[in-house]
Each structure stands twice: as structure tokens, then as C-alpha cells.
Write a protein that binds this ligand. Structure first.
Ligand code: DAT
Ligand code: MG
Length: 138
């Protein structure tokens, strides 16, 4: 069993796509073991994307990620990290496979509808960033 952090980003929440995205998660067999809706502060966004601090798109990314509410979920299942990334598709919706969330719902490489952790270590840090242990189903 593995856990990953999923975020339905502001562009997708704003366009009323949360239900469609959650439907795809449930249909895939991944379990939602934690769920919350909030609006990130600038400090939240900066800390969450710390690894991208030196990239030219960092400021724009932080501004976008704080532009409206997000829905944050902890997903659990066998190979949850890879399965969720596969459901999402490539970072750039233009390059994402047909039938993926980013292909179907992403606007551009920044407003790409969803986030997913990329490795067990980052998943653990990202889950801990948003959820206390008692907020996750065991
Ligand atoms: P992913 O979200 O697929 O893990 P990432 O970790 O490389 O991709 O980047 C994190 C986010 O930063 C990504 O979802 C959107 C934004 N981003 C990445 N590359 C970008 C670029 N070239 N221009 C603008 N935003 C970018
Ligand atoms: Mg990433």
C-alpha cells in the first residue's frame, strides 16, 4: 500500500471540474483517505513548491496556486504514486496522453488541473504539509 498527495488546482476548481476529477480517482480504484478544501497562502505555495524556487516560472506558479481554492486529497492504493501520475498525464497538457486529466482538463503547462507527488519521499513530505495524522483514515 502506498499513499500520494493529489491537488485539484485552482483552475479546475474554478471551472467546476472537481467532481469529474474525483470520479476518475474513484473509478481507478484509488481510495481517498484524506480530503480538504482550502486556499493556499503565498507562504504555503512557496514552501510547497520550494524545490522549484530557482525556476523562472516560480513566482507565476505561486500566484496561480493562491488564486482560488484547491481541493487536496490523500490517495491510497498499490502503486498509488505512479497510478495517480498516470491518471493525470504529462505536466504539459499538450504532451499528455489522450484520456488523461491534464489532456482533458488542463489549460496550459501552468494551469494543468492537478498535482501529484513524484516519489515516496516527496509524497510523505507533501502529505505531512497538509494533513495531521488524525485527518487521514487508517
Ligand atoms: P508535475 O506537476 O508534473 O510534477 P513539475 O514538478 O515539473 O511537474 O512542476 C510543478 C508545477 O510547476 C507544474 O505542475 C506546473 C509548473 N510548471 C512546470 N514546468 C513549467 C513551465 N515550463 N512553465 C510554467 N509552469 C511550469
Ligand atoms: Mg512535480
Amino acid at each position: 500500500m502506498e499513499r500520494t498527495l493529489a491537488i485539484i488546482k485552482p483552475d479546475a476548481v474554478r471551472r467546476g471540474l472537481s467532481g469529474d476529477i474525483i470520479k476518475r480517482i474513484e473509478a481507478s480504484g484509488l481510495q481517498i483517505v484524506g480530503l480538504r478544501k482550502l486556499q493556499l497562502s503565498r507562504a504555503d505555495a512557496g514552501a510547497f513548491y520550494e524545490v522549484h524556487k530557482a525556476r523562472p516560472f516560480f513566482e507565476s506558479l505561486c500566484k496561480y496556486m493562491t488564486s482560488g481554492p484547491v481541493i487536496i486529497a490523500v490517495l491510497q492504493g498499490e502503486n498509488a504514486i505512479a497510478r495517480w501520475r498516470q491518471l493525470m498525464g504529462a505536466t504539459d497538457p499538450k504532451k499528455a496522453d489522450a484520456g488523461t486529466i491534464r489532456k482533458d482538463f488542463g489549460i496550459d503547462v501552468e494551469q494543468n488541473a492537478t498535482h501529484g507527488s513524484d516519489a515516496p519521499e516527496t509524497a510523505a513530505v507533501e502529505i505531512g504539509f497538509f494533513f495531521a495524522q488524525r485527518e487521514i483514515l487508517s
